[in-house]
Design a protein around this ligand. Structure first.
Ligand code: DOR
Ligand code: ZN
Length: 435
């Protein structure tokens, strides 16, 4: 039998401090914390959680772990550590690895390696098309039937732009009870694009990435998903117009869900002024009005959840001129803080709402039965323990990721994950345990 006592914690930041007892990976009791002198068995590990808020462990639908292929920028091990430190108990590893995760062999490799490391449940995302090339459907059924049990498919990094291929993928996904996650970017509208199409990009002479390139694909795919009766998920929504399309589709009964990244909840294309490629990301940082629309949509549920799009890149791919820099930014260890700042700090969401967007909805979208569950007796002990009053300064070199491309370098953030529990095992914050 394994046991753990989490002492003095407030589930969802509500009520009086409680003690959460965990037995064999399951929450076995939640009782009032009566005081510091309470006796505990000598051999019971005790996690001192005084002043902390307990949330269900976070689930990231969109993580780039870079293994296989770019182990110089991240590995399943370093990414798992970053995820655990960020409060995550499950992540979905995107398929744009090298080789691409477009078959059962690679999917099983990623899944097994994640399980061996054991810091977070690593679920491989399967590619929709062979080699992410957009021309031929990958073997979705074989990946679904593999030990990795793939249920989320995406060509992320690329848009599945051929409407017939997208239609077929959606149709197959119904039989597999899977979801197709679309990187919504009409490629003909973003040839050479370097930044959000608007005044700032024009002034800097950067080719624009128009909002309509996202909106048109989302509208098309909502119609295709409605026709197929399939589940569609929209990756990293970035434009106010996309929210209107999603609202319309959801009202029509289309089975569509959507995510927004922490960076699209906070940062704007004002960052372009510095010309620092750490701010280059796909889809690009957009306007302050778009940021406001992302927050409002996340609060009212038109956007279902937050996903990091954690995208580590090597120094040489970021410390270069803007046009040749790769798009993407780190996100796993800063996500909670950015969501607290942009959503709780503004009164848009309370801790229950944060649990919904970081844990419950993503688990539901991906069909994970043991994640995103309420903090209740009998439920799996998957928890993020958050210090709501923490203030911390982001230093890329101190993050667990091999890469350092955080857009929050030197910024002081509010709230911090100080402990993570995966089925009763403490995967982050072990230093707080006394036995
Ligand atoms: O910024 C991004 N980086 N967006 C993507 O769609 C892909 C990702 C990556 O793989 O680096
Ligand atoms: Zn993407």
């Amino acid at each position: 039998m394994t046991a753990l006592l989490i002492k003095g914690v407030r589930p969802y930041g509500e009520g009086e401090p409680t003690n959460i007892r965990v037995t064999d990976g399951v929450i076995s009791a939640i009782e009032p914390a009566t005081g510091a002198d309470e006796p505990v068995p000598a051999d019971l590990p005790v996690f001192d959680a005084a002043g902390l808020v307990a949330l269900p462990g976070f689930v990231d639908l969109h993580t780039h772990l870079r293994e296989p292929g770019r182990e110089d920028t991240e590995t399943i091990e370093t990414g798992s550590r970053a995820a655990a430190l960020g409060g995550y108990t499950a992540v979905f590893a995107m398929a744009n690895t090298d080789p691409v995760t477009d078959n059962a062999v690679i999917a099983e490799h990623v899944w097994r390696r994640g399980a061996e490391i054991g810091l977070v449940d690593v679920h491989p995302v399967g590619a929709v098309t062979v080699g992410l090339a957009g021309a031929k459907l990958a073997e979705l059924g074989t990946m679904a039937a593999s030990a990795a049990d793939v249920r989320v498919f995406s060509d992320d990094g690329h848009c599945v732009h051929d409407p017939l291929i997208m239609r077929r993928a959606l149709e197959y996904s119904v039989a597999l009870d899977a979801v197709i996650a679309q990187h919504a970017e009409e490629p003909r509208l973003t040839v050479g694009a370097q930044a959000h199409e608007g005044e700032r990009a024009a002034r800097l002479g950067l080719a624009g990435w128009p909002a309509s390139a996202e909106e048109t694909i989302v509208a098309r795919d909502c119609l295709l998903a409605g026709h197929a009766g399939a589940r569609l998920h929209i990756c990293h929504v970035s434009c106010a117009g996309t929210v209107e399309v999603l609202r319309w589709a959801k009202q029509r009964g289309v089975r569509v869900s959507a995510e927004v990244t922490p960076h699209h909840l906070l940062l704007t294309d004002e960052r372009l002024g510095s010309y620092d490629p750490v701010n280059k990301v796909n889809p690009p940082l957009r306007t302050a009005a778009d940021v406001q629309a992302m927050r409002a949509a996340l609060a009212d549920g038109v956007i279902d959840c937050v996903a990091t799009d954690h995208a580590p890149h090597a120094v040489q791919d970021k410390d270069c001129e803007w046009a040749s820099a790769k798009p993407g930014m780190l996100g796993l260890q800063t996500a909670l803080s950015i969501v607290v700042e942009t959503m709780r700090g503004t009164g848009a969401l309370d801790w229950r709402g944060i649990a919904r967007v970081l844990s419950e909805r993503p688990a539901e979208i991906a069909g994970l039965a043991g994640q995103g569950r309420p903090i209740e007796v009998g439920e799996p002990a998957n928890l993020a323990l958050v210090d709501p009053d923490a203030r911390w300064t982001v230093r890329g070199e101190e993050l667990a990721s091999l890469a350092g491309n955080t857009p929050y370098e030197g910024m002081e953030l509010m709230a911090r994950v100080v402990g993570t529990v995966l089925r009763g095992q403490v995967t982050a914050g072990r230093e707080r345990i006394a036995v």
